[in-house]
Design a binder for this molecule. Structure first.
Ligand code: PLP
Length: 395
């Protein structure tokens, strides 16, 4: 055994990527695997954005930019935050990074001291606890209930509050649950954060993907006090089908932006110059793609939810945001299916992959072992076929 970093060895590999890799391997062997693992829209980046990228290359915008991003994109982000989220930020409140993933990491790196506690609701996005640990913090998960829409309340927050509590990560709309907090719920959480002087990392990356009349509201928009404590995270990946371009951003107090910029100046420098210019077009250009994608997502979600609830042993609630369904598998636990005992969500995911050639993400990746996550960012044809295979196995 080599003598490696204790901190690095504490980081778990992403279960999401593990299952996805296994499914990919099977596909390469010629096996017809249906993948419900996708964490990205299955649409192409819109043409106007593609063209802006090509134009950036041809006009020589291919050099280093300022570490925190080009002024044009910062201005477009400020306009977006003003008109859509009722948030007043100046360009010196913005830092653009290589995806929202880097934005969240920089934010935690900027605020955490060793032993600081960061609260995160379960089910959480896979990377949060690993980010926190990498930044020498301690993840403090809060259990939620499916019947309460997987939401936390101020009572839950009070219960885990200690003198070491430094921040709360809020992800609305949520990956993996699709939960969207309403205005009253957010106001209560905001009041709690202000009263206790707790930072809020508000991951709003799925903001455009809300359905059934629900509305995305940024928690930072309620008062100057909560705005001061909030680091708003957003990006281009999910709303504009731009996952590969790697553009995310944070909006927050200038003091935090400066520290995040210092960190980024040594780790990665600026995010890709070409992607930044293309993102300007994404934000100020025609927004039609979003409505188009939503139409597809709603039809697929409705089909998926109805079908899952008709399958033996499975159930799910209808999510109102993002593009994932959490299927409850608790009734299957302890059962023997096709010669395998199902004790964990990973057992069930392996059963589906090996026996049914269907890839789902085990809930253990999100701290919720009674569930598996299915993404509906795939064609209706795949959804129909994949769910048919799952139904077959559970007959
Ligand atoms: N936050 C959540 C909840 C996500 O699901 C993702 C992507 O899967 C991200 C942040 C990061 O997105 P990106 O780094 O592509 O901007």
């Amino acid at each position: 055994n080599l003598n490696l970093s204790k901190k690095a060895l504490m980081i778990y590999p992403s279960v999401t990527l593990e299952i996805t890799a296994k499914a990919k391997e099977m596909k390469e062997m010629g096996i017809n695997v249906i993948g419900f693992g996708a964490g990205e829209p299955d649409f192409n980046t819109p043409e106007n954005i593609q063209n802006a990228g090509i134009e950036a290359i041809q006009s020589g915008n291919t050099k280093y930019t300022a570490t925190s991003g080009i002024p044009e994109l910062k201005k477009a982000i400020c306009q977006k935050l003003k008109s859509e989220n009722n948030l007043d930020y100046k360009t010196n409140n913005i830092i653009i990074s290589n995806g929202a993933k880097q934005s969240i990491f920089n934010a935690l790196f900027a605020i955490l001291n060793p032993g600081d506690e960061v609260i995160m609701p379960i089910p959480y996005w896979v990377s949060y606890p690993e980010f926190i640990r990498l930044c020498d913090g301690i993840p403090i998960p809060i259990e939620t209930k499916e019947e309460n829409g997987f939401k936390i309340s101020v009572r839950d927050l009070d219960y885990v509050l200690t003198p070491k509590t430094k921040a709360l990560i809020l992800n609305s709309p949520s990956n993996p649950t699709g939960t969207v907090y309403n205005e009253d719920e957010l106001k209560e959480i905001a009041n709690w954060a202000v009263k206790n002087n707790i930072f809020v990392i508000s991951d709003e990356i799925y903001e455009k993907l809300v359905y059934d009349g629900h509305k995305h509201i940024s928690i930072a928009s309620f008062s100057e006090e909560i705005k001061k404590l909030t680091i708003v995270i957003n990006g281009m990946s999910k709303a504009y089908a731009m996952t590969g371009w790697r553009i995310g951003y944070a909006a927050c107090d200038e003091e935090i932006v400066k520290v995040m910029t210092n960190i980024q100046s040594h780790t990665t420098s600026n995010p890709c110059s070409i992607s930044q210019y293309a993102s300007v077009e994404g934000l100020i250009g025609d927004q039609f793609i979003i409505e188009e994608m939503k139409k597809h997502f709603i039809a697929r979600r409705d089909y998926m939810v109805e079908k899952i609830n008709s399958i033996n042993g499975l159930s799910c609630k209808k999510p109102v945001g993002a593009f994932y369904v959490m299927a409850n598998i608790s009734k299957l636990k302890g059962l023997n299916i096709k010669g395998r005992t199902i004790n964990t969500s990973l057992d069930f995911a392996n059963l589906l992959l090996e026996e049914g050639k269907v890839a789902v993400i085990p809930g253990s990746a999100f701290g919720a072992d009674d569930f598996v996550r299915l993404s509906y960012a795939t064609s209706m044809k795949n959804i129909e076929e994949g769910l048919k295979r799952i139904e077959e196995i559970l007959k």
